[in-house]
Design a protein around this ligand. Sequence first.
Ligand SMILES: [Fe+2]
Length: 344
Amino acid sequence: MLKKIKFSILLVFLALFVENNQIIATEIDLQIKQTIPVIDLNDYKYGDEASKSKFIQEVADALHEYGFFALENSDVDTNILNDSFDSAKTFFNQDHAYKLLYQNKYPNRGYKSFNLNNALKKPDLQEYYHVGRNVNDEMLVQLNFSPINPNVWPDSPLDFQTNLSALYDEFDRSGQYVLEACSIAMGENADFLSKMTAYSDSILRFIHYLDVPSDLYENLTWKAPHKDPNLITFIYGITSAGLEIQRPDESWLKVEYIPGQVIVSGSNMLENLSNGLFKSTPHRVMTYRNQSRYAIPFFYHVRRELDISPREKAIERTGGKALYPSMTAEEALEGHHWFGEKAQ
Ligand SMILES: [Fe+2]
């Protein structure tokens, strides 16, 4: 009898051991390692002075070496994000003819259609919706700068305008921590970049990459290689892998999809202002078979009339010579081209 009990206890231990090992193995399999630096915003928001300095240094190193990093605990309200997802998916699921009613009303506002014409060398495998800042005219007059384009809002779904407007404001608010860190890392006051982007024409782009059979469009990218013309870009709400960034040896590094991480990248205006201390890195989005994808980049822009010439302290930190041109944000955008087409 005693032998039987001992044997049973042994079996239970063995079963637990095997089960635990399986659990551990499964967890290890599921742990995908991010390929670009991962930085925790909580170090800056809630940390002591040493944690804040660590965060600033990590942001500076990542933007210098990769031009990209993955931000954890981004501070975006997930309810606002989820509500916007519901509205945007409902909009994209409507008839193509209905969606086209909201295209081409103003530059960088409203709907932009896909184009799957097989005869094209590069069929456009994405549709998106552009949302800009809702600015009241009195504020523009007080700040003495030219008005920006009004938003274009669809009638359906009814909550689209409310939800996407709230999302725009939420992105603009929550990104300020990283703007502060970049400003300090450039040797400027913490509010240097926040002041330049206040009431600017920053743009939210809600992108739906289409589920297209890859035998129809083999070896195509959802988005061809390019650099962003704005100041700094945050990519929220990513639903699957696809993003790749170019390394200095011209190889392509796949950025892993890890739910909850926000991908942040330095863009052309930040590279110019920082005299190359922070890099604007070419990137692309690869298609995946039988899969659609969503992503919501928020492009921080500098107000058009402001000077984006390399700043003195950044020049000191990058060898003492200005390596980038003196110009305004407006001039930078006018000179920026993607694949022969004018950029935003
Ligand atoms: Fe981009």
